[in-house]
Design a protein. Structure first.
Length: 158
């Protein structure tokens, strides 16, 4: 085996480990690519986004979120009512069997980080604990992307 082949193998291995390091499994639940967009100084809140896939045959429910980066952390939904954006806290997100919930900016559910302790900076990471009714708790690492969110889109193309 040539040195070039070994180098190519090691690079491929490193990329594949990185690609899967941002996904988590808890029982039959699969959590994919948790990320948040950077905030500007003085911005009091931010949002975190991820996907949750229920690969199981039984329903579950996301019943809580928490993080040390903000004074409070809530599950929110966002919808447009004409030209008015309405955001509200929801107590939980139902996860029916064989379903996926995609939390995306500007659409549907997201995790609201209220009272940020400091601005979220691109490249940083922070812990987010998700609590499920049946599966229990899992801590995931949220990657902070730039304000455009382009690096988040790259993360979704693994």
């Amino acid at each position: 085996m040539s040195l070039r082949s070994i180098s190519l193998f090691l690079c491929t291995l490193a990329i594949s480990v990185t690609a899967h390091a941002h996904e988590y499994d808890l029982g039959s639940l699969h959590i994919g690519h948790p990320y948040a967009r950077a905030t500007v100084p003085g911005q009091p809140g931010g949002g975190a986004f991820l996907s949750i896939e229920n690969k199981g045959k039984e329903a579950d429910k996301l019943i809580g979120v928490s993080s040390s980066v903000a004074k409070s952390t809530e599950i929110h939904t966002m919808a447009m009512d004409g030209n008015l954006m309405k955001m509200r806290e929801v107590g939980a997100i139902d996860l029916p069997p064989a379903s996926t919930v995609d939390m995306k900016p500007g659409h549907g559910y997201h995790v609201m980080l209220i009272g940020l302790n400091q601005p979220l900076k691109a490249g940083d990471k922070f812990p987010l604990t998700l609590t499920f009714q049946k599966a229990g708790k899992i801590e995931v690492s949220v990657v902070v992307t730039d304000l455009s969110g382009k690096s988040a889109e790259a993360a979704h193309q693994h």
